[in-house]
Design a protein around this ligand. Sequence first.
Ligand code: ARG
Length: 286
Amino acid sequence: MSTPETAVTSTRTAHHRRYLMCKPEHFTVNYSINPWMEPANPTDTAKAVAQWQKLYDLYIELGHEVELIEPLPGYPDMVYTANGGFLIGGRAYVPSFYYEQRQGESPAFADWFRAHGFDTVMPKEINEGEGDFLLAGDVILAGTGFRSAGDSHREVSEVFGREVVTLTLVDPRFYHLDTALTVLDPVVEEGRTAGIAYLPHAFDEASQKVLAERFPDAILVSDEDGAVFGLNSASDGYNVVISPRAKGFEKQLRERGYNPILIDLSELLLGGGGIKCCTLELRGAE
Ligand code: ARG
């Protein structure tokens, strides 16, 4: 079914999205909580802002709605709003960050959700929002191993009343689920599974097996494309915003009828984040 905000392409459908972003006005790397962060390397805040702005402008150009949360001084990682929550149907599950350096972000996100009418649920368990929870069709794919605790998977399942599939990450470079797996097409139609792409080597063997069984049609991304954060991408079902360095993935997407659009966030990669990390999906009440 197509609505006014829905553009039908030959094989894929672009859906309207509502996102939450945070301008990296205070971006820097002055601590290290993942292998990409090297405080000794210089960062360029103006460059981070300019790159981020291109992503913001692209979303607007694609017809999406982008909300902004005020960046807090002293929280350079707040630009990675994917970690700011996980939302389905107008309900927001608030994060509880693993590392102390980011813990002060949670109340800011919770306040934002409340002020914007979301049914806001405070967590008991450590979890880093859409960094580790991705909605694929009816199920929630949930990462653990580095950040979100296994117990948060039970909690998120209770909060949303949905099945949760636990996936264990094993490579410290891919410490959040959204660095190793992306949902391209969350809509499940007759006889089809949700469209996903992932980096098999980022997961333990049991999780690789679960993924292969549940998503036989998934795009398997090469180690090379994974290593440049190719999977940290945002899709509306047709347009897929990816890193220009993920050449093989770009080709795979075209072959499957998606429209890859390249945005370079090299400066934000110094903090260990990319396109998806800077994008939180605000799924409202239907
Ligand atoms: N420096 C941030 C951290 O380590 C990067 C977060 C990236 N976000 C994401 N959704 N993968 O927490």
